[in-house]
Ligand binder design. Structure first.
Ligand code: SF4
Length: 194
């Protein structure tokens, strides 16, 4: 590993430990285990196609049994609701309850990124997206990207989008969410050439 890659790895470790420390105090306040908070956070940022047990397992890299237990506890606390998909009775759709949403909203008020200007935010986001994409490929896990960057996303107008995979219209709110069906152009091209 080159010196620069090693430096990057140390920086990522540092970022990760700062994030964990910030979360720890918050989780204690709400009496949540780290995995419970991760499920709430995922449900707050995923789109309407991605609130399923299997998508959460893929996202967290955890087993079905353990995620299922976590969801049961969150349901019991009234933080998550489960409903059978009217179009496919085999699938249950999970969403945040009002209280669950309130908890994530409070966490999002954290002052960690306060004062970061728009330009730095955009350039850092682009670099981190590309790094995440690289890591997901290296460790062979399913990518979860923002809908607006997906190869199936077609821009119809400033406030209208269309998903060529699910064949449905998308709103500006939809396209800033993460999706279990997300695919980057490179990913599809690689699959086709492989
Ligand atoms: S465009 Fe891609 S990310 Fe967006 S909903 Fe469709 S499959 Fe999911």
């Amino acid at each position: 590993m080159s010196k620069n890659v090693l430096k990057l790895q140390h920086t990522l470790e540092r970022l990760s430990s700062l994030l964990r420390a910030e979360r720890r105090a918050f989780q204690t306040k709400w009496g949540l285990l780290p995995v419970q908070f991760e499920v709430l956070n995922y449900l707050a940022s995923c789109n309407r196609f991605s609130g399923t047990l299997m998508a959460i397992c893929d996202y967290l890299g955890q087993t079905k049994g353990s995620v299922s237990q976590t969801i049961k506890l969150l349901e019991k606390r009234g933080l998550v609701t489960k409903e059978v998909d009217p179009n496919d009775k085999r699938v249950s759709r999970l969403t945040l309850s009002e209280e669950g949403g309130h908890i994530v909203e409070e966490y999002n008020q954290s002052g960690m990124l306060l004062g970061l200007d728009e330009e730095t935010t955009s350039s850092t986001q682009a670099s981190i997206d590309s790094l995440l994409n690289h890591i997901e490929k290296n460790i062979r896990v399913k990518p979860f990207g923002f809908c607006e960057n997906c190869q199936y996303n077609c821009v119809i107008s400033d406030d209208e989008y269309y998903c060529k995979l699910v064949k449905t219209s998308l709103t500006p709110d939809d396209v800033v969410k993460i999706c279990v069906e997300y695919e980057t152009k490179t990913q599809t091209e690689n699959q086709q050439s492989g």
